[in-house]
Design a protein around this ligand. Sequence first.
Ligand SMILES: Nc1ncnc2c1ncn2[C@@H]1O[C@H](COP(=O)(O)OP(=O)(O)O)[C@@H](O)[C@H]1O
Ligand SMILES: O=C(O)C1=C[C@@H](OP(=O)(O)O)[C@@H](O)[C@H](O)C1
Ligand SMILES: [Mg+2]
Length: 185
Amino acid sequence: MDARPPLSLPRTVALVGLMGAGKSAIGKRLALRLGLPFVDADDEIERAAGCSIAEIFEKYGEADFRAGERRVISRLLDEPPHVLSTGGGAYIDPDTRDLMRTKAVTVWLRAELDVLYDRVRKRAHRPLLRNGDPKEVLARLMSQRYPIYAEADVIVDSTAQPADRTTDQVIEALRAHLQPEKTPA
Ligand SMILES: Nc1ncnc2c1ncn2[C@@H]1O[C@H](COP(=O)(O)OP(=O)(O)O)[C@@H](O)[C@H]1O
Ligand SMILES: O=C(O)C1=C[C@@H](OP(=O)(O)O)[C@@H](O)[C@H](O)C1
Ligand SMILES: [Mg+2]
């Protein structure tokens, strides 16, 4: 039993990381545990566009998707504190990253290539993984994006362990970041 007071969040917690890191899955669990609303930015983009992310990429291309993503995330970051799972490229866009830096506590769910691949290979809805070998695409994106995700406020490893355990680790890492004086060394 944890006798410490519940973690209170002054700002939205935004989860970042590559496709398959578990941003959506861990985000839902984290919101439940913290008693906060959960929002998946990708769902909000689909709702605003009236079509799927794959269709947005097909019809308008990635640049238009990023512009829509920026608008939606900007709107969400002006709402009261919640848990926000973002799509893997959101934090890579410099303007969206600036918004998230200013208005959210950012958490990078860092995962190894085999873990990511094992999670994404079962589903085909991610447009960036449809062109070429998905494992090679993920490896390339890791080398491009990991130095940028590393700028997040908090970093937690998303391993093959149960998702609830990773959620516990996110909560501990947030506590250490937000209330360092109350966290035992
Ligand atoms: N330990 C785990 N942590 C996070 N996700 C997991 C785990 N084990 C299996 N998964 C599954 O991996 C898949 C990819 O996760 P998802 O949350 O969609 O990632 P993202 O939003 O970062 O792309 C989901 O179907 C999720 O249920
Ligand atoms: O990495 C990316 O650029 C993308 C990740 C996806 O979200 P998930 O990371 O939740 O799969 C989604 O936003 C879109 O397909 C683009
Ligand atoms: Mg997701």
